[in-house]
Design a protein around this ligand. Structure first.
Ligand code: SF4
Ligand code: SF4
Length: 130
């Protein structure tokens, strides 16, 4: 007998990136692999070597490529691909795998912290700085 496909179980996420100032995009060193660089290169229609030079730098140890940062109005710096006003990723469909994997579960510690602070301050727009 043909096995019927199980219905996908909807997952309720305990966080909303749309309401967050993007804490996770402010990590100083967001590592990228060759395939992430190749995807970004395709996104911009350039060669991987150009993408590597434009969008990445070496980490502090000089061993791995990480995303470049630029000045940010909310935090000190943030990933160069973060829209500083909307707080959304400008390369969402082509973002590095590590970005898509974060936070790795149904909850985000940053978002819990943000929600707690907003409730405490009685201000739904409050941006808690880490
Ligand atoms: S810190 Fe958490 S809630 Fe905020 S953008 Fe990143 S994953 Fe989304
Ligand atoms: S590529 Fe996008 S999701 Fe990843 S850190 Fe940069 S802005 Fe955030």
């Amino acid at each position: 007998m043909k096995k019927s496909k199980p219905f996908p179980v909807p997952v309720r996420l305990g966080y909303s990136c749309r309401k967050c100032p993007a804490y996770c995009c402010t990590y100083e060193e967001i590592p990228v692999k060759a395939r992430d660089i190749a995807r970004l290169a395709r996104h911009f229609g350039i060669e991987p070597a150009q993408a590597e030079a434009r969008f990445t730098r070496l980490d502090e140890k000089g061993e791995a490529r990480v995303l470049r940062h630029r000045k940010d109005e909310v935090f000190k710096t943030a990933c160069m691909f973060l829209d500083r006003e909307s707080r959304q990723c400008t390369v969402y469909e082509s973002r590095p795998a590590i970005c898509g994997d974060f936070p790795g579960g149904t909850r985000c510690g940053y978002y819990d912290f943000l929600k707690f602070e907003r409730k405490h301050q009685e201000d739904p727009e409050f941006i808690a700085l880490t």
